[in-house]
Design a protein around this ligand. Structure first.
Ligand SMILES: *Cc1c(COP(=O)(O)O)cnc(C)c1O
Length: 360
C-alpha cells in the first residue's frame, strides 16, 4: 500500500487508523453481519452508532447541554440558506463580516430572505486579514452576526472569538471545526461540513443554542427546520449514515490523541513549521497578516506563476498531493487539517527547500 501525503483543501486526508478500522468493519460491522452502508437508520445498530457519535462529539468539543447537535445534509452551502431561514426569526436582517469568498457566498444567500448587512469586509485588501473589531458596523437589531472562522481559500482565520454583545454569533467553521479548543458558549450557532476536519463528505454538523430554534420562517422546507431536525434526532429522513459513522470514529480518534488541546497544539506546530520557513526566505510568499494566518490552510506563491506547474510536478513525484492553490488566489495552498502529520509538513518544507535549491 502506498499512501500520498494529501494537502487537499477538501475532501481531505483522514487518520489512517480510522480508515483501517473502517476497512476491518466494512463487511461485518461488529457481528451484525452487514456493513454500516446496508443498515436501516432505524435499526438499533445504527441508532447506537449515531448516539455514540453525538456523545463523543459533545465530550470532545465541550458542547453545553443547552445546545442541539444536528447531523444534516447539503453541506455548509445549504446552511448559507438555512441559517437565515431558521434564525432571522422575524427580524429584518443579519450582519455579515467578510474575510473571504465563503462569507460572501453566505451573505448573498441571506439576501434572498432578509437584509444581509456587510458589517465589515477585508475585500478591498484582497481578504488578507480580519477587519479590526473596532471598525465593524454592527446593528444591535440584527438577528445574528455571521463570521467564517477560517476562510479556506484565502488562509485567513479568526484567532479569537469576537464579542458581539447580545446578538448571537453564527460561525461557518467548515475548515477549522475541531481543530483546537473553543468556547462553544460564545456562539449561537456553529456549522461545518464533515469533509475537511471530520470525515467523509455527506454530513454537515450544526451546533445550535436551543433558544434560537423553533421560529423558522414559514417557507422553510420541513426537512431543514432545525427544531424538527432536533426533535427527530436528525432522522426526519434517511441521514448520511456512512459519513455519520466514520465521523464518529474520528471523534474517538481525537479523544485518543489527547483531545482538542493536544490536536490544537499539534496544528499550531504544523502551521508554524511552514510559516517560519516561508518568512525566513524570499522565494515563497504568503500575503496574509501574521496575526490572522490560518493554522489550517496556508496559501503561498512562487515568484513566477510559470514555475507552478513544475513545482506541482516535482511535488507529485515526491508523493505530495493536493497543493494547487484555489483559482481565486493562485499559487499553492497546503491544507494542514487534523489528520495531516507533522512529518508530512516537514516533508513538504524539505521539498520546498529542494525546489529553491534547484530552480530558485
Ligand atoms: C468547504 C467550505 C464550504 C462549502 O462546503 P460544502 O460542504 O461543500 O457546501 C463553506 N465554507 C467554508 C469555510 C468551506 O471551507
Amino acid at each position: 500500500m502506498k499512501r500520498i501525503i494529501n494537502f487537499s483543501a477538501g475532501p481531505a486526508t483522514l487518520p489512517l487508523t480510522v480508515l483501517q478500522q473502517v476497512q476491518e468493519e466494512l463487511l461485518d460491522w461488529r457481528g451484525s453481519g452487514m456493513s454500516v452502508m446496508e443498515m436501516s437508520h432505524r435499526d438499533k445498530e445504527f441508532m447506537s452508532i449515531a448516539a455514540e457519535a453525538e456523545k463523543d462529539l459533545r465530550e470532545v468539543a465541550g458542547i453545553p447541554a443547552n445546545y442541539k447537535v444536528l447531523f444534516m445534509q447539503g453541506g455548509a452551502t445549504a446552511q448559507f440558506s438555512l441559517i437565515p431561514l431558521n434564525l432571522l426569526r422575524g427580524k429584518a436582517g443579519a450582519d455579515y463580516v467578510l474575510t473571504g469568498d465563503w462569507g460572501k457566498k453566505a451573505a448573498k444567500e441571506c439576501g434572498k430572505y432578509g437584509k444581509a448587512n456587510v458589517a465589515a469586509s477585508s475585500e478591498s485588501e484582497k481578504f488578507t486579514k480580519v477587519p479590526d473589531r473596532a471598525s465593524w458596523k454592527l446593528d444591535p437589531d440584527a438577528a445574528y452576526v455571521h463570521i467564517t472562522t477560517n476562510e479556506t481559500i484565502h488562509g485567513v482565520q479568526f484567532q479569537d472569538t469576537p464579542d458581539t454583545g447580545g446578538v448571537p454569533l453564527v460561525a461557518d467553521m467548515s475548515s477549522d471545526i475541531l481543530s483546537r479548543p473553543i468556547d462553544i458558549s460564545k456562539f449561537g450557532l456553529i456549522y461545518g461540513g464533515a469533509q475537511k476536519n471530520i470525515g467523509p463528505a455527506g454530513v454537515t454538523i450544526v451546533i445550535v443554542r436551543d433558544d434560537l430554534i423553533g421560529q423558522a420562517a414559514a417557507m422553510t422546507p420541513g426537512v431543514f427546520d432545525y427544531k424538527a431536525v432536533a426533535d427527530n434526532e436528525s432522522m426526519l429522513n434517511t441521514p448520511a449514515c456512512f459519513s455519520w459513522y466514520v465521523s464518529g470514529l474520528v471523534f474517538k480518534w481525537i479523544k485518543n490523541e489527547g483531545g482538542l488541546a493536544a490536536i490544537g497544539a499539534r496544528n499550531q506546530r504544523k502551521s508554524s513549521l511552514l510559516y517560519d520557513y516561508i518568512d525566513a526566505q524570499d522565494f515563497y510568499k504568503n500575503p496574509v497578516a501574521k496575526k490572522d494566518r490560518s493554522w489550517m490552510n496556508v496559501p503561498f506563491t512562487l515568484p513566477n506563476p510559470e514555475l507552478d506547474a513544475e513545482f506541482l510536478k516535482g511535488a507529485k513525484a515526491a508523493s505530495l498531493s493536493g497543493l494547487k492553490g484555489h483559482r481565486a488566489v493562485g499559487g499553492m495552498r497546503a491544507s494542514l487539517y487534523n489528520a495531516m502529520t507533522e512529518a508530512g509538513v516537514a516533508t513538504l518544507v524539505d521539498y520546498m527547500k529542494e525546489f529553491v535549491r534547484t530552480r530558485g
